[in-house]
Write a protein that binds this ligand. Structure first.
Ligand code: ADP
Length: 342
C-alpha cells in the first residue's frame, strides 16, 4: 500500500509523525545508538522488501515495546494538534486585525469622498453667481445698452460670450454631477416623442459637426414612437455622447445618431469613426474625471464628468450604457429604454 507520506506498508499513526526516532531519543525511551542501528536496518530493508516505518523496526529489534511506541506517537500527535490549533487561532486574530484596518480605511475613504463631493458642489455654486453677472452685462453690452459698438468690439464680445457660455455649461455639468453624487438621480418620466427628442439633439449638434468637418447622420423610425423617459435628462445624455463622438473624430469622419425600435424597447446608438478607446480603458472612461488624455496640452475640452453622469442617468432609468470600440476605427455607445405601451 502507498500511504499519504509516499511510503509503502501499513498505515499507522507513526507515519503521521515526522522525526519519530529523534523524539524517542529526546524522551529517553531509546538510546542514540539504538536509533542508528534501527536506521541502518531500515535502509537495508528499503533495498530488499521496501520501506518500513522506523517505529516498527524499533519494536521488531526489541528496543521499545509497541505500547510505549503507541503512547509516544499519540503524545506527539496531541502536541502537533495543539500547535495547529494555536496557528489557526493566530491566523484568525490576524485576519480579524486586517479586517478592522480595512474597515477603518474604507470609512476614511467614504468621508473623503463626501468632502470631495461637498467641495465640488460648493465651488460650482460659487462660480455660478459671478458668471451670471458676467453674462448679464455681456448681453446688455451686445444689445448696445452701454453705447454703440464698432465691429471689432462686437467680435471680441461675441468671443467672450461664447467662452462664458462654455464655462457655464462646464459649471452646470459639475453641479449636476455633485447633486447626483450626493442624492439619487431624480427622474421625471413621461411618454416622450422619440423622433422629436433625437431630432432636437441632432439639430443642436449640426453646426459643431460642420465646424469639425465631421458628417453627422441621423437615423430615426419612420413612424411616431413614444418612449418612457425623463426627456431633459436623456436628451442631455445623447448630447454628451454626440458631443464626445464629434470631439474625438478627425475631420472627414462620420458620426451617426440612431434610435430604432426593438420589440418593446428603443435602442439608442451613437457611433463614430473616431480615434477609438483601448479595450483596457473601456471601464475607466465612466469614472468621474477620467480622461484618456489627461494632459494639460490635450486638444479636446471637457471635465471628464460627461460619461459618469450619463451612466448614472441611464442606470436611473433601469438600463445600462454599453460601449464597443476599436482604436483607430471608432466607438459605439448604446443603451435601451422601454417604449411607451401603445
Ligand atoms: P470629457 O469628454 O469631458 O473628457 P467624458 O466623461 O465625456 O469626459 O469622457 C471621458 C473620456 O472618455 C474622454 O476624455 C475620452 O478620453 C474618452 N471618450 C469618450 N467618448 C469617446 C469617443 N467617442 N471616442 C474616443 N474617446 C472617447
Amino acid at each position: 500500500m502507498t500511504t499519504a507520506a509516499g511510503t509503502t506498508g501499513p498505515l499507522t499513526p507513526e507515519i503521521l509523525v515526522p522525526r519519530l526516532g529523534e523524539y524517542l531519543v529526546e524522551k529517553g525511551l531509546i538510546t542514540r545508538e539504538q536509533l542508528d542501528l534501527a536506521l541502518k536496518q531500515q535502509e537495508r530493508l528499503r533495498r530488499t522488501i521496501g520501506t518500513r516505518p522506523i517505529g516498527h523496526i524499533l519494536v521488531d529489534m526489541g528496543f521499545i515495546t509497541q505500547s510505549v511506541l503507541d503512547a509516544a506517537t499519540t503524545e506527539q500527535l496531541i502536541q502537533f494538534r495543539s500547535a495547529l490549533e494555536e496557528a489557526n487561532a493566530q491566523l484568525e486574530r490576524r485576519v480579524h486585525e486586517r479586517t478592522m484596518e480595512l474597515q477603518t480605511a474604507l470609512q476614511q475613504l467614504s468621508s473623503l469622498n463626501e468632502l470631495k463631493a461637498n467641495l465640488v458642489a460648493n465651488i460650482s455654486h460659487e462660480l455660478r453667481t459671478p458668471l451670471t453677472h458676467l453674462k448679464g452685462y455681456l448681453d446688455l453690452m451686445l444689445e448696445g445698452d452701454f453705447g454703440p459698438l464698432n465691429e471689432e468690439q462686437l467680435n471680441v464680445l461675441g468671443i467672450i460670450q461664447r467662452s462664458a457660455e462654455r464655462l457655464g455649461n462646464l459649471i452646470e455639468d459639475l453641479i449636476q454631477f455633485s447633486v447626483s453624487e450626493r442624492n439619487q438621480v431624480y427622474l421625471h418620466i413621461t411618454p416622450c416623442d422619440l423622433r422629436e427628442m433625437v431630432n432636437s439633439v441632432y439639430k443642436r449638434n449640426i453646426s459643431k459637426a460642420r465646424d469639425h468637418q465631421v458628417e453627422l447622420d441621423l437615423q430615426v423610425p419612420g413612424q411616431p414612437v413614444l418612449v418612457d423617459a425623463d426627456l431633459e435628462k436623456i436628451s442631455w445624455v445623447l448630447m454628451q455622447l454626440v458631443d464626445n463622438a464629434i470631439k474625438f473624430t478627425m475631420p472627414g469622419g462620420k458620426v451617426t445618431l440612431q434610435a430604432a425600435c426593438e420589440d418593446s424597447f428603443v435602442h439608442f446608438q451613437v457611433c463614430d469613426t473616431g480615434i477609438g478607446i483601448p479595450e483596457d480603458r473601456l471601464a475607466q472612461i465612466f469614472e468621474p474625471f477620467y480622461q484618456l488624455d489627461g494632459s494639460s496640452t490635450r486638444k479636446a475640452g471637457g471635465t471628464g464628468l460627461g460619461l459618469a453622469l450619463a451612466r448614472r442617468i441611464v442606470e436611473a432609468h433601469g438600463s445600462v450604457i454599453h460601449v464597443y470600440s476599436e482604436v483607430g476605427k471608432g466607438s459605439q455607445f448604446e443603451f435601451l429604454l422601454k417604449s411607451h405601451p401603445s
